[in-house]
Design a protein around this ligand. Structure first.
Ligand SMILES: Cc1cc2nc3c(=O)[nH]c(=O)nc-3n(C[C@H](O)[C@H](O)[C@H](O)COP(=O)(O)OP(=O)(O)OC[C@H]3O[C@@H](n4cnc5c(N)ncnc54)[C@H](O)[C@@H]3O)c2cc1C
Length: 423
């Protein structure tokens, strides 16, 4: 089969890899001149298979309100909010308050996480890509005794699902992260022992090259404009090249993996696609003294900032901001991120040499991604991965390839079904 994948981010590229592995002829369409250049570029670099959870979290709703009014608070809403922002917020509240939904969706995402880890290990073994990747665990720091207490329930859930985790004392945390000598409050941590890290931008580019070597066509600088469909099938895709020449591309099947830009391609065919761009920020800095940087990755619950080791660099990431597609990078956000790094790894990184970035999590209002057959028999969706698209990319690519092959997917996809936003 000839299959067109729209989007050359980490989700589109892993999808292309899995389809190519199964013997399909694959064409990837990407509007940038390189792969992984949007949300997959500067993310927190965690492959957090044990941490994945839905965005619509009932426990977060009340906690989040005071954050809105704190200078360093992790949640921001642009004032006045747009109609799209308000719609997204109300839909989130509706899902957060649907009894039992959070727990069901969380388990579904964790199962996909387990599968994704397996697929990552296999892919890395097969292709040997260089992307500063590692699987050395992830620590959720507890900066209050209450935070540590709250991690117990997660620890039990992970045990039940067979995902290794441990509750650590502050001494054990410092043993695991010897560079963490800062004065940030520390009461212990939950250690997700099999989680990992890696530069998603590098990975996407390296995977694109490996796919091309294996026969995938990756077309850069082309914009997929519109699907041409009848009642049963998508027959073609209209695309624009950089020089403005429109082109009609026919194929046997189409996969939409266009992240935050997926809605307008699919909605004309009658499927509700409420993916909203949830903004975040990162800095990437050279380590002055690698011994004093993070050994793997930590989530500092004090500032809600993630610091991750990527070779000789440190990536620090934070904020959840509802501001539509605004790409400004206010100094105040960067200052909070720097404060977190200095409070945990003082003097480790050259913060003045920071490469700054902002990007948009392709978020669904409930949280799980949208994975499965779309509104036509040969149209498939693997998009809307929100906060965890890097982590879940390898697993979701495998299961969408299974769906396309008409096989039973390795993971139950009920929580990810494309039609759920109309129900
Ligand atoms: C601050 C922040 C921190 C994060 N941290 C983590 C983390 O630690 N771990 C984790 O798992 N996830 C994390 N994420 C989320 C993760 O980065 C995303 O879920 C993931 O990158 C989404 O990948 P994608 O391929 O779906 O989207 P994208 O990377 O945005 O790729 C979509 C691609 O489609 C292309 N495209 C769109 N429309 C068209 C079109 N019409 N024609 C041609 N091309 C098109 C775009 O140019 C883009 O390259 C974070 C996100 C943010 C913002």
């Amino acid at each position: 089969m000839h299959i067109v994948v729209v989007g050359g981010g980490v989700v589109g590229m892993t999808t292309a890899y899995e389809l190519n592995r199964r013997g399909h002829e694959v064409t990837v369409l990407e509007r940038h001149s390189i792969a992984g250049n949007e949300t997959s570029k500067g993310n927190a670099a965690q492959r957090s298979y044990g941490v994945v959870y839905p965005w619509a979290d009932p426990a977060m709703v009340l906690k989040a309100l005071p954050w809105l009014f704190k200078q360093d608070g992790p949640l921001k809403v642009r004032v006045p909010p747009s109609v799209e922002t308000l719609k997204f917020m109300f839909a989130t509240l509706r899902y957060a308050w649907s009894p039992g939904l959070f727990g069901l969706n969380r388990r579904a995402m964790l199962r996909l996480g387990i599968h994704s880890r397996e697929r990552f290990l296999a892919l890395e073994k097969e292709l040997g890509l260089a992307f500063d990747g590692a699987h050395q665990g992830l620590l959720h720091l507890a900066s209050t005794p209450e935070a540590l207490e709250s991690y117990r329930a997660t620890h039990e859930l992970l045990n039940e699902l067979g995902i290794p985790s441990r509750l650590l004392t502050p001494e054990q945390v410092r043993e695991a992260e010897p560079g963490m000598v800062g004065d940030g409050p520390l009461y212990g941590a939950l250690s997700y022992d099999t989680d990992g890290t890696g530069d998603c931008h590098l990975f996407s580019q390296e995977l694109a090259k490996a796919c091309e070597v294996n026969g995938v066509t990756v077309r850069y600088n082309v914009e997929a404009e519109r699907l041409v469909a009848d009642d049963q099938k998508v027959n073609a895709l209209i695309l624009q090249t950089r020089n403005g020449t429109p082109e009609i591309l026919e194929a046997d099947a189409f996969v939409i993996s266009a992240g935050c830009w997926s809605n307008h391609l699919v909605e004309p065919l009658g499927l509700a696609m409420p993916i909203y761009p949830v903004k975040g920020y990162s800095i990437t800095v050279p380590l002055k003294d690698p011994e004093r940087g993070p050994a793997s990755t930590i989530h500092d619950d004090n500032y809600k900032v993630v610091s991750t080791r990527l070779g000789n660099r440190l990536r620090a990431t934070g904020f959840v901001e509802l501001a539509d597609f605004n790409r400004d990078i206010p100094e105040a956000r960067l200052a909070t991120i720097r404060k977190s790094v200095e409070s945990r790894f003082p003097g480790a990184a050259d913060l003045d040499a920071a490469e700054t970035w902002t990007g948009f999590r392709p978020m669904t209002p409930d949280g799980p991604a949208i994975i499965g057959r779309g509104p036509r028999e040969n149209l498939y969706l693997n998009t809307g991965h929100g906060t965890f698209g890097w982590t879940l990319s390898a697993g979701s690519a495998d299961v969408i390839a299974q769906v396309i092959a008409g096989e039973e997917p390795a993971v139950c996809l009920d929580a990810f079904r494309p039609g759920r936003f109309r129900e």
